[in-house]
Each structure stands twice: as C-alpha cells, then as structure tokens.
Ligand binder design. Sequence first.
Ligand code: 5GP
Ligand code: ZN
Length: 136
Amino acid sequence: MGCIFCKIVAGEIPAVKLLDDDKVLAFMDINPACRGHILVVPKNHAENIFEISEADLSAVTGAVKRCAVAVKNALGAEGVTVLQLNGTASDQVVPHLHVHIMPRWKDDGLTVSRWEMKTGDVEELQEIARKVKEHL
Ligand code: 5GP
Ligand code: ZN
C-alpha cells in the first residue's frame, strides 16, 4: 500500500528514529515546524483517531509523553506543543495517525497554537454539550 508512514515503519524508506517498540515508532519530522519537531505513529495502520484502537492509541500516548519529556530536557525547551490532526478539514496531510511534538520557547513565533478567542454563548455551549453527551 502507498502509505508513507507504513513505509517508514517497515523500513522501506529512511527516517531519523527515536523510539521503536512493538506498537509505536517515533521519528524526526522531515520538514520541521520548529527545532526538535517529532512525530509519533502507531505501527498498525490507522488513518485517524476515529479508526485507531484504544490499545494502539494508548501506546502512542505513552510514547508521546516519553518523547515530550525527553526533547524538553534535551533541548532545554520552555514548553512543548502536542498536536494531532484528523481529516483534511483539520489540515491532516498524511493519512496515517501521527502526533506532532513541538518544543517551544517564549516568543518563538510559532503560530500553530494561536487562534482568535471569542466569548462563547452559554446556551449554545449547553446545547452542544447535550448533543455530544448523547454520543458518549
Ligand atoms: P499533518 O499535516 O498530516 O499532520 O502532517 C504531516 C507531517 O508529516 C508534516 O509535518 C510533514 O513534514 C511530515 N512528513 C511527511 N512526509 C514525511 C516523511 O517522509 N518523513 C518524515 N520524517 N516526515 C514526513
Ligand atoms: Zn500507514
């Protein structure tokens, strides 16, 4: 199959690897948004959070924690942004679930965590919460 991250997992294309266990691979992003940008992927192909099993997602989350702490300590980062996109509407480009780990420094200029804040309408928030709870 043509999945680029499956090819990295299979060793068919190279990557700068950090952590490699039975369920998860962590490697350096080839086009880093910042110094130390890491990706963590499940070894079993799953396109997004809707498809991945809870066991595989749990393994990914454990690896994200380890990599976030390691890169913070290694590079002396002041913070770490953890980002994970699902679907093209969310700007996901590679359709194999991956978590971005981005070391951060004050005033580093990365805009990925900046959005316009608008005061919420409490009635609308309650209505949305009611609808979501029906699906939990
Ligand atoms: P997305 O927008 O799907 O969340 O981000 C995909 C990420 O994968 C991008 O940050 C991009 O730089 C990275 N990427 C795409 N192809 C490769 C590759 O072949 N090797 C590595 N190491 N990273 C890749
Ligand atoms: Zn894949």
